[in-house]
Design a protein around this ligand. Structure first.
Ligand code: ZN
Length: 138
């Protein structure tokens, strides 16, 4: 009789502590998931900006011909770091650069052309068109 009673007590204790464990487990799940979900939603938002396919299609492929002389290749220029831009700017206050939706980067001319596939901006860098002129006699 005493044995049975103590067994029953043990079983009761086990089941109640199991319940506590399960409850704690769910509580910790809820506590962990809460902030994660909010963070994921907040991080997703910028990605969901609609892509302007017309602007994207207008972007030219990287130049396959360019000549950068030692006098100019280290010159600093500005590029708009977004998915649409294919030009670099000499003037930081260029009106073409003002509409940049990404971040503006200051890079060397050689990096803008070779690494970022940029052409000269017709508004502020039209005098650098010779870089891409494969007919020019140098
Ligand atoms: Zn410009």
């Amino acid at each position: 009789m005493i044995n049975k009673n103590s067994q029953g007590g043990i079983i009761k204790m086990t089941s109640s502590s199991l319940t506590t464990c399960v409850m704690l487990f769910f509580l910790s799940l809820v506590a962990c998931q809460g902030p994660e979900k909010t963070e994921a939603a907040a991080m997703k938002e910028p990605e969901e900006a609609p892509v302007d396919s017309v602007r994207l299609a207008a972007r030219r492929p990287a130049p396959d011909f360019y000549v950068l002389t030692p006098e100019i290749y280290k010159n600093r220029v500005y590029i708009c770091d977004d998915i649409y831009s294919d030009i670099f700017h000499v003037q930081y206050d260029c009106k073409e650069l003002a509409g940049c939706t990404g971040s503006t980067k200051n890079v060397t001319l050689v990096s803008a052309v070779r690494d970022n596939g940029r052409y000269n901006c017709q508004a502020c860098s039209s005098d650098l068109g010779h870089i891409f002129d494969d007919k020019l006699i140098r």
